[in-house]
Design a protein around this ligand. Structure first.
Ligand code: HAM
Length: 425
């Protein structure tokens, strides 16, 4: 039998990626918390209806990409394809708005979409995001977009282009729907099967079609259907972004792929991600989502970034930190009789905060030194027969290839001094 691999479209987070991974999550939490967002974590699976009603039937995410299954109790459950619907549900279910308004929450975790895997596109991927729930004002839209912008700056990513648009309110979208129908109906025989279906159930999603872009490029834009108050709201958001020093381009064709958006919608694009995968992150206002999932009307706005895509760009630009080695010090015993004293020395080093691995194997010393090098250790502490007899240990600098004997009681000081000197060099 051939060895089993990870399922298609998934990937393992191996130890070498952990440093950059942790860094990114830390930078995001810091940027969000600087603006008053608190962590929230919701289940990776929810009732299927949450996404059908929230994200919307007729979207690719719901129609083609959900991992849906029945549990043993016959309930239909779905691995979350995105985080917003679950976070909103959790906030409303727990009545958090009774305590403070708006509720500001940030999150991170795996999402699942049965997408066609390629560079930057996976079936299990990860997002970091924020949601600001319970109030509606252009200042909050600016705040959310700006948190994302500052986060990208803190990651050191250059070349990000922020695209913004307004999808208006329900009336605007009804007008736009009519304009789209008037444009697309005469072209019905040029549409793909999916689009003919979209024409019937959800015309806005015709703009998601990747088959014939020329049709989409000549389609009416939502901006022309915006009423006065929606246009004024959007102008206030754009003005606020300008005042914040956040450079945003108005892209009248940006409609996002999920149905719950109203008014402000935005995406952060990067050119090193190609084609349909050029979006590092995106979000928008979702004032109708709460009602769609059975709660009282509650406004909200948020964004999510794809962690893998951010790391791809950070890796290319060299802004992600290098992998952290497994340890700073390897304590090597030279024979079975020295294993206990070496283990004790390792404990003392760890108690002093030194990342230490014990090598009490029966390998020869030169193999142990080579292995310590591979682990990324800077020092080896060698404990042989002579050292045990004299209550000492040999501290070897693996880079400089020098070594010095120290009394056991002085090993911690010698090691920390050598590590600090190396760090300063
Ligand atoms: P989204 O645009 O569907 O929005 O996804 C946000 C980001 O997740 C994308 O820009 C991309 O970086 C990443 N992403 C999406 N699908 C994949 C995939 N198959 N593989 C790798 N990365 C992917 C949302 O999910 C909304 N919930 C955002 C939001 C928050 N809106 C309001 N609040």
């Amino acid at each position: 039998m051939p060895p089993l691999g990870a399922p298609r479209g998934t990937h393992d987070l191996l130890p070498d990626t952990a440093t950059a991974w942790r860094w990114l999550h830390g930078v995001h939490a810091e940027a969000a918390e600087l603006h008053g967002y608190r962590p929230i974590d919701t289940p990776v699976f929810e009732q299927t209806e949450l996404f059908e009603r929230g994200v919307g039937t007729g979207t690719d995410v719901v129609d083609k990409e959900m991992y849906t299954f029945s549990d043993r109790g016959g309930r239909s459950l779905t691995l979350r394809p995105e985080g917003t619907a679950g976070v909103l549900r959790a906030v409303l279910q727990a009545n958090l708005l009774e305590e403070a308004r708006p509720v500001r929450a940030h999150y991170a975790g795996p999402m699942f979409r049965y997408d066609r895997p390629q560079k930057g596109r996976y079936r299990q991927f990860h997002q970091v995001g924020i949601e600001c729930i319970g109030e509606r004002s252009p200042e909050l839209d600016v705040e959310v977009i700006e948190v994302g912008w500052r986060f990208l700056q803190a990651l050191g990513l250059a070349g990000v282009v922020l695209q913004v648009n307004s999808l208006g309110d329900l009336d605007d979208r009804m007008r736009y729907r009519e304009a789209l129908l008037a444009y697309y109906r005469p072209l019905a025989d040029r549409l793909c099967d999916d689009c003919r279906r979209r024409l019937e159930i959800n015309p806005l999603r015709l703009l998601d079609c990747k088959r014939d872009e020329s049709l989409r490029d000549a389609a009416p834009v939502i901006t022309d259907s915006l009423g006065e108050s929606s246009a004024a709201y959007f102008a206030a958001v754009r003005g606020g972004l300008e005042a914040a020093g956040v450079a945003a381009e108005h892209n009248p064709r940006l409609v996002r792929g999920l149905d719950y958006y109203a008014h402000t919608a935005f995406e952060y694009w990067h050119s090193s991600l190609q084609g349909a995968q050029n979006s590092l992150g995106g979000g928008g206002r979702y004032d109708g989502l709460a009602e769609a999932i059975g709660f009282p009307a509650t406004p909200g706005i948020g964004y999510a970034f794809g962690v893998e895509r951010l790391l791809l760009v950070a890796g290319e630009q060299g802004s992600a930190p290098a992998p952290q080695p497994a340890c700073d010090v390897v304590v090597c015993s030279l024979g079975p009789a020295e294993a206990q004293p070496a283990a004790q020395l390792a404990r003392v080093l760890r108690a002093a905060g030194v990342r230490t691995v014990l090598d009490a194997s029966d390998r020869k010393l030169d193999r142990k030194l080579r292995n310590a090098d591979r682990l990324g250790a800077r020092l080896c502490v060698i404990v042989g027969e002579d050292e045990v007899r004299e209550g000492a240990a040999m501290v070897r600098d693996l880079g400089r290839r020098t070594q010095e004997r120290h009394p056991a009681a002085g090993v911690v000081d010698a090691v920390t001094a050598a590590l600090a000197a190396g760090r300063a060099a």
